[in-house]
Ligand binder design. Sequence first.
Ligand SMILES: [Zn+2]
Length: 361
Amino acid sequence: MTSLPHLVLTGSPYERGLTHGEAFAAEIRANVETYLTRFAHHGATEEAVRRQASEYVPLIEEWNADYASELRGIADGSGVMIEEITLLNVRYEILYASYSDQTTKTHGCTSFGLLPMATADGETYIGQNWDWAAPIADTLLVAEIHQSAKSDHIAITEAGIVGGKMGVNEQGIGLVINGLVSPDDGDHPFRKPFHLRCREILDATRYDSALESIVATPHACSANYVVGHGDGEVIDIETSPNRTDYIYPQNGIVTHANHFMTPDFESRMERQLPDSLYRANRLRRLFEHRRGEIDSNIMKSALRDHFGRPASICRHEDPDAPSEECSQTDTSVILNLDDCILHATYGPPCDEDYQIYRLCQ
Ligand SMILES: [Zn+2]
C-alpha cells in the first residue's frame, strides 16, 4: 500500500516554500518535464510557455505577495528556475486554454458535496476523484500549512504548486474542483490563475471571503469550484471568462463532472470527454438512494464505481489512448469539514485504502 507524503510547512511564506522545495526537488523537476511534454502535445511550444510563465512572475507578486514569496522559496529550495516553478503554478491556464479548440482527450474529475441532512453522522462532507496524468500521482503531497494571519489548512497539491486544490482549513472551509472548458478560455490569459484562487479559498477566515476569491474578479479559464463549510453549507460555482453561475445542493446532495450544468454556458469539455455526461449524475444516484445514511463507506464505494470503465468515476488508463492523453484517478479524496480531516488514496481508490490526514490545531 502506498500513501501520499504528508509535509508540514511552517514559518514565513518564503520559509514554507523553501521547505517544500528542498523536500520535493526531484518531484518538482519531474513535474516540469511532464508538463512541458503535455503542453507540447497540446500545441504550446516550450519557448512560448516559458515566455508566458515569465510574464506571470510580476503579476503573481501583484495579485498575492505571500503566494509569490512562497513560490520564490520553492524555486530557491529546489534549485529550479523561478520561471519553471511559475510554469507549474499557471499550468492550468496554459493547458486549459489549449483544450478549447482541440479534440485531443483531456482529463476528468468527479466531485460531490453532502449537507448534514444527507449524511449518517449529520456532518458536512465534500470530496472527489481527481483524474489526471498518471505520472503526477507520484508527485502529489498532502501539504499542511501553518500561518499566522491566514487560516491553517491541509490540502493536496502537486510538487512545486503553492495552491492546494482539495483541502480543508481550520475554519471548516473546504474545496474540491473540476476542470471545465468553454470557447473563450485563454482569450485573456493574464488574469488571476486558478491555483492562486484555490490557495486564497483555503487561506480564507470566513466563508464569504472564500467565495469572493472565485466570484470577485474575471477568470482566464473555466473551472468548477465546490466550496463547503463545516457548519452545513455547500455551494458549487461554475465559472468561465465571461460568466459565473451557481448550483445549490438538492436534497442535501450536489455532484459535478466536466461539463457546465447550468444553462447559458457554451460547454466544450464533453466533446473530448463524453463520460462526463454520466459520471456526475451516476454519483448523485449512488448517493440519492442512501440519503440520510451516507457514511464514509458509502462515499468510498461510490467513488470506486466502475460503470463505463476505464472512463468511469473510478478512472483507469485507457490502453488505446496515446500516453500524453492517458489519465487515471490519481487520488480519491473525502473531506470531513466538521473535523478538518482529509481521507485520500494514492491512485485509483479501488486499488488502495484511504489514508487519514488530520490538520493539527
Ligand atoms: Zn478502479
